[in-house]
Design a protein around this ligand. Structure first.
Ligand code: AN7
Length: 367
């Protein structure tokens, strides 16, 4: 019988801070496709894979960290979880709280959440609070809130989040047989780049700043090398590129519209210790990369995710992509979450209907 994927805690429990009898809150997240893109090979001269995290239960990579964070909350006895979010964290927190039997509160920047993500948070039963401010304001509020009230914080400053998210690196090594040469991913609050770097290191028998314990040092190494980590920010929300917080971050990629990333130090360490870099791309580059990936590789991602593809294409233009290198780009969220932004550059959607005959359809298609 074919193996049915059991979710990231059950698949990787020996490398996560959970014992055999600990309760697990899961929607069977992880086990996402790693897809080879011939089109991106041709555009870059490398061998390029995309890790399609939009295939997770709520349509983004956040589910990997939410299974671990929410499972740990059950051990604390707290009944309410809270998160600040640019959208995906709120959708994931609300879904995992619902199956865990917990209440969820999500603190969101008013008017800056993609409609699909808002619909998810509402449908999964979260209590929504819209703030007249940006994500960084929301995170500050939720941090204070969870210090003062018996509410569990499930943003990525909760170390259990990065524990779950590191499993994406494990899956990539398990599938490729070793770590890639380069790993490219979008950077917002900088949790994911820190988690991947931790995952790659722990599979190589090493630990990082973000590691929770020394388990990795006692486990057999699975990989023989570490990738360079390439982080990509949006032009108007690029604090890690500029080297200082951005007070009013702006980008159409609302998922990564963040000016003061919580995991700043971890992300810098991932960049420096891997000999990688963090660069930025414009909104135009993001939308173009989103179109290219959808039209040439069959993967529809949200704008924030397309930043990784845009960053790779920019690096290729700058001559930074080594010939034949194995490169993995994480595409973090599903394109269906934000169809309005995707279609904003595609012209009018008002079609002129034809007569209901095959002849008229054939004529329209030029057949
Ligand atoms: C699709 O949901 O911060 O650098 O509150 O939704 O780990 O923050 C989302 C971030 C990339 C950036 N791609 O990851 C939130 C939130 C997508 C995202 C990122 C996010 P981090």
């Amino acid at each position: 019988m074919a193996h049915q994927w059991q979710g990231v805690i059950n698949e990787y429990r020996d490398r996560l801070p959970f014992g055999d009898d600990d309760p697990v809150v899961t929607l069977r997240e992880g086990g996402t496709p790693l897809i080879h893109s011939t089109a991106l090979d041709n555009r870059t001269g490398a061998r390029v894979y995309v890790k399609v995290e939009g295939m997770n239960p709520t349509g983004s990579f956040k589910d990997r960290g939410m299974t671990t964070a929410m499972s740990h909350v059950l051990q604390t006895g707290k009944k309410i979880v809270a998160a600040a979010s640019t959208g995906n964290t709120s959708a994931s927190a609300a879904a995992y709280a619902s199956i865990a039997g917990l209440s969820s509160a999500v603190i969101l920047p008013a008017g800056k959440i993609a409609a699909g993500k808002l619909a998810q948070a509402i449908m999964h039963g979260a209590t929504l609070v819209a703030v007249d401010g940006n994500f960084d304001d929301c995170l500050r509020i939720v941090r204070e809130l969870t210090e003062k009230y018996p509410v569990a914080l499930v943003n990525s400053v909760n170390p259990y989040r990065l524990q779950g998210q590191k499993t994406a690196a494990f899956e990539i090594v398990d599938e490729l047989g070793d770590a890639p040469d380069i790993h490219v991913l979008p950077v917002g609050n900088a949790g994911n780049i820190s988690a991947y770097w931790m995952g790659y290191n722990e599979y190589a028998g090493k630990t990082t700043l973000a590691s929770m314990d020394e388990t990795a040092l006692h486990m057999p190494a699975v990989s023989t090398k570490l990738p360079q980590m390439w982080g990509i920010q949006a032009w108007g929300a690029a604090p890690l590129v500029l080297g200082h917080p951005v007070e009013n971050p702006e980008t159409i990629a609302t998922a990564i519209r963040i000016g003061n990333p919580a995991s700043w130090k971890y992300a810098e360490a991932a960049r420096d210790d891997s000999n990688g870099f963090i660069d930025r791309v414009t909104d135009e580059q993001i939308l173009e990369a989103q179109s290219i990936l959808a039209a040439e590789t069959g993967v529809f991602v949200e704008p924030g995710s397309a930043a990784s593809i845009a960053g790779l294409l920019q690096a290729a233009e700058h001559g930074q992509v080594p010939e034949g290198a194995t490169i993995v780009c994480t595409v973090t969220g599903n394109g269906l979450k934000d169809t309005a932004t995707a279609l904003s550059t595609k012209g009018s959607l008002d079609f002129d209907p034809i007569a209901p005959t095959v002849e008229a359809a054939a004529k329209e298609l030029g057949l």
